[in-house]
Structure formats: structure tokens, C-alpha cells
Design a protein around this ligand. Structure first.
Ligand code: SAH
Ligand code: F3S
Length: 483
């Protein structure tokens, strides 16, 4: 008799589960931080689609709210905390049964502690544990804590076809490496995303095949450190030395992967991010120069122009080596645009060091830049061993100085396009005017121009007539022969 009741209970539970699946529960998912988070959220949406979840953009109607979080700077974490307050308000007012999960780097960094600190949080899931989401959801529904922050040696989600969220149907991200082994002393990423591993080129090609079949025109290969891509049959990058002779002889590096993808899809625009100067080799630049469809744009963070600070940051190259790399890029791809990440106010940074950063910027004259004041991160080498000793007002002033200089350089770079014709891939209507299209040229600069009869997803040649600080303005003169 007792057995029968349990059986019936089980059957009942199974029926509820089935009904839930059929009922299509609603998932509200949002992402903060780097592109990898946005890309991971597409993997998560795919995993949960098989559990019957449809995505919604209305927080009020969500059964499950997931926030993919960033730990890179303190401010990024504060933004997420604010969002949790908002979820709490909505949950109380509209939907007391709403469940809330935290994904990504903050989940990995804070682990169980999150459940105590933020009462609204039901589930904490690190970046390598998304396949466990169905199990974790069951735990949550049974009223138990659900935490999985185990970092993996081999998870790359290579077998999951991401659900493209907020997609324009034109450009997509494809993850090729996960984790980072570089251990820059300021950076929390190696702790939150684990050791570096590369994805099987076969599964990368399959994902791109699918995108091309769906009409996508541009793919950005994504990783914390893409130039370090190395597939030798699986396993961590750091274990490559231990691989067999055959594995070593048949390994695929980043230049080979790019060559393969660019050759297979000659009409597909290819981009990649992020490059680490120490790992960007000449053969990558040569492959870029060889293929017209690989965009002439490299995001090449430098962090500081001072050799002493670069050393303190454990960046594995000098200012001079960086210049040599820039010279090689400009020699092989004269119209290549380069952008930077720079941190001001790293511990012990002097006025002299700061001047070195400014003079480095003068040498390169970056197209664009992402500039930050140093934010001490718990657990990192700099966080543990160095005093955050540059006063906030000095950090602020230095940040303003490099931002001002960057604006000047962006203007100089943009002026170089005046009167020239660029191939632009149309992505969407311009934010400022519905009569204009917006897209990017090969150098990743946004170009706007009158719509005429052109449409989203087409390549057009645009003559540049004017520019603002962030945008080129022009007129389409013809279809490009890439359509
Ligand atoms: N290789 C990664 C880097 C991720 S972090 C990538 O895919 O882009 C992005 C940038 O944030 C870094 O290049 C650095 O400039 C900045 N950053 C990282 N840690 C920081 C910290 N503790 N304080 C301020 N800025 C930081
Ligand atoms: Fe961070 Fe340095 Fe890796 S900035 S992501 S540890 S290359």
C-alpha cells in the first residue's frame, strides 16, 4: 500500500513536470560584463529550452530569472546587486513564485555565500556548470539550496546549439576557448572561469555551418585569449606538453583555425576577440592579411605603457615587444584598426609610469579604447600582495587624461576615412534616425547612411563624407560584390 502511494506520488510529480514542460515556463535571462557572458546565456537558454522554458523580455511574467554576472570590477558587481533588488521588488509585487538564479563570474567567486548575502537568490551556478541547470532547478523546486560552482577541465559546451538571444540575424558570437591561464595579477577571470581549454574545431565548424544556413553574415570567434587556441584532441592548454607526438603533430592552432574557417566560408565576415599581445603570433597576422573576409581589426589590450607596471601586472611582454607587434600588424595590414584596454592607477603607478602609457598611446593612435581605473579584486595576486595605493582622485585624473587622448586619436583615425569607400554590413536601423541604416566597416567602426532600397544583412560600399567622435557618416554607392 505504502509503495503504491509513493508510486502514485511519483507519477503525480512526473505529470506535473510534463505539464510544466508543455506549459512552457517563462525564462527571463539577462547578462552583464563581457561578450562571453552574453554568449554563455545563449547556451543556457538552449539547455533550458529542452526543459520547456521559453524566454521572455518581461520580468513580471517570468517563472525563472537568471542573471549572468561579471566580477571584473567592483562596480560590475554593484550593478548586479542593484538588479537583484529590482527582482526582489517585482517578485514581491507580481509573482511570489518567481525563482532567481545567479550565473557567471560572481556565482563562481561568491559561491554559497551568495545565498546568505542575497535572500532573493535561490540558485548559484558557475560558468562551467550550466549543464547541471535542470538538476539544480529540481532542487530549487523541492525547496533545497542549489549550488554548483565546479570548474571543469574540459567543458566547452561544444555540443550545445545556442539559442540566439536578441539577435539581429546578421552577426553572432561563437566561443572557441574558455578560461584563461595568464594570471595577470589584477584579474579575477582565471579564478572565476578556470583553466584554459579549446573547443573541437569540428564543433566550431558545425556551429558556423548552422549560422550560415540561417543567413548570418558575420561571426566573431570568442575567447578570453583567442590567439592561444590549441586543439590537440581535448585537454587543458597547459597539458599540451604532455600530449603524444601524434597529437602534437596534428594539433590545430589559432592561425590554422582561422585559415580553415575563412577558406570554408569566403563570404562570411570573420572577427575575433580578445587577443593577448604575448600570444598573437606573426602567422595570425599573415592569415588575416591573406583572407579578405577576416576583418582588419584587432582588439589588443595593453593595460599600461610602463615596463615596470607591465611586469607587476604579470603581463608577459614589454612595451618594446608590443611596438614590434604593432609594427608587424601595420606592415602586413596597413589599414588595420587597433583598439586597447588600459588600466590606470594600478598599485605603485607613478606619474612617470602614467606618462609612459600616454606616450605609448601616441605611438599607436588607437582607433578605440576601453579604459578603467584599477579596482582591487579579492583573491587576485595584486589584491593579496599589493596596496591599492593610488588615491582615487589621482586615478580619476589619469583616467580623464587617457580618455581625452583616446578621443583625439579616435578623431584622427576617423578623419582618415573621409572621402574613402568602405564595405559595410548592414545590421539595423540607426539609433538616431529610422531613415538611416547602421552597420560596421571592416575596421569595426560604426557607419550610418540613408537606407534607400538596401536592407539588413546586405554588404554595401559606402562613401564616407563626415564623422562624429564615434561614428562615420556616408552614402551607399553600390552593393559590394560580397553579397
Ligand atoms: N582577456 C579578456 C580580458 C577580460 S577583462 C578579454 O576577453 O577581454 C577586460 C578588461 O578589464 C581587461 O583587459 C582590463 O583592462 C580590465 N580589468 C580587468 N581586471 C581589472 C581590474 N581589477 N580593475 C580594472 N580593470 C580591470
Ligand atoms: Fe584576465 Fe589577463 Fe586572462 S586580463 S582574462 S588574466 S589575459
Amino acid at each position: 500500500m505504502e509503495e503504491k502511494i509513493i508510486d502514485e506520488q511519483k507519477q503525480g510529480e512526473a505529470l506535473v513536470l510534463e505539464a510544466n514542460k508543455k506549459n512552457k515556463r517563462k525564462l527571463f535571462i539577462e547578462s552583464y560584463g563581457c561578450q562571453m557572458n552574453f554568449s554563455d546565456s545563449e547556451v543556457v537558454a538552449s539547455i533550458l529550452a529542452t526543459e520547456g522554458f521559453n524566454t521572455t523580455d518581461k520580468l513580471e511574467e517570468a517563472d525563472l530569472v537568471l542573471v549572468n554576472t561579471c566580477s571584473i570590477r567592483d562596480k560590475a558587481e554593484q550593478t548586479v546587486r542593484k538588479r537583484l533588488e529590482k527582482y526582489n521588488a517585482v517578485k514581491t509585487k507580481h509573482n511570489p513564485r518567481m525563482k532567481v538564479g545567479v550565473l557567471g563570474c560572481m556565482a563562481e567567486r561568491l559561491k554559497e555565500q551568495f545565498l546568505e548575502e542575497e535572500k532573493i537568490v535561490d540558485m548559484v551556478v558557475g560558468p562551467d556548470a550550466y549543464k547541471d541547470l535542470p538538476n539544480l532547478l529540481e532542487e530549487v523546486e523541492a525547496g533545497r539550496d542549489a549550488v554548483n560552482v565546479i570548474l571543469s577541465r574540459d567543458e566547452t559546451y561544444g555540443d550545445i546549439a545556442p539559442v540566439r538571444l536578441q539577435s539581429n540575424g546578421v552577426s553572432a558570437f561563437v566561443t572557441i576557448t574558455r578560461g584563461c591561464d595568464n594570471m595577470c595579477t589584477f584579474c579575477v577571470v582565471p579564478f572565476t572561469r578556470g583553466r584554459e581549454r579549446s573547443r573541437d574545431p569540428q564543433s566550431i565548424i558545425e556551429e558556423i555551418d548552422d549560422l550560415v544556413a540561417k543567413g548570418f553574415k558575420e561571426v566573431t570567434l570568442l575567447g578570453q585569449n583567442v590567439d592561444s587556441f590549441l586543439w590537440y584532441g581535448g585537454g587543458l592548454k597547459k597539458d599540451f606538453e604532455k600530449a603524444s607526438e601524434i597529437q602534437k603533430a596534428t594539433a590545430t592552432n589559432f592561425a590554422m583555425l582561422m585559415d580553415m574557417v575563412a577558406t570554408k566560408y569566403p563570404k562570411l565576415r570573420l572577427r575575433f576577440t580578445t587577443s593577448n599581445p604575448q600570444d598573437m603570433t606573426l602567422d595570425v597576422i599573415e592569415i588575416m592579411a591573406k583572407h579578405r573576409n577576416i576583418c582588419n581589426y584587432i582588439h589588443l589590450p595593453i593595460q599600461s605603457g610602463s615596463n615596470r607596471i607591465l611586469k607587476e601586472m604579470n603581463r608577459q611582454h614589454t612595451r618594446e615587444e608590443y611596438f614590434a607587434l604593432i609594427d608587424n600588424i601595420k606592415r602586413l595590414i596597413p589599414d588595420c584598426a587597433i583598439s586597447q584596454d588600459i588600466i590606470v592607477g594600478f598599485p605603485t603607478e607613478t606619474e612617470e609610469d602614467h606618462k609612459d602609457t600616454l606616450s605609448l598611446m601616441e605611438y599607436v593612435k588607437y582607433e578605440y579604447g576601453f579604459m578603467f581605473a584599477y579596482s582591487e579584486r579579492p583573491g587576485t595576486m595584486a589584491g593579496r600582495k599589493m596596496d591599492d595605493d593610488v588615491p582615487e582622485d589621482v586615478k580619476k585624473r589619469r583616467l580623464t587624461e587617457i580618455q581625452t587622448l583616446q578621443r583625439e586619436h579616435s578623431k584622427i583615425r576617423h578623419d582618415e576615412f573621409l572621402g574613402k569607400t568602405c564595405e559595410v554590413l548592414i545590421e539595423k536601423a540607426s539609433k538616431k534616425s529610422d531613415l538611416q541604416w547602421s552597420g560596421r566597416n571592416s575596421q569595426n567602426v560604426v557607419v550610418v547612411f540613408p537606407k534607400e532600397d538596401y536592407t539588413v544583412g546586405e554588404f554595401v560600399n559606402v562613401k564616407i563624407t563626415d564623422c562624429t567622435s564615434g561614428t562615420l557618416i556616408g552614402e551607399a554607392i553600390e552593393y559590394s560584390d560580397n553579397n
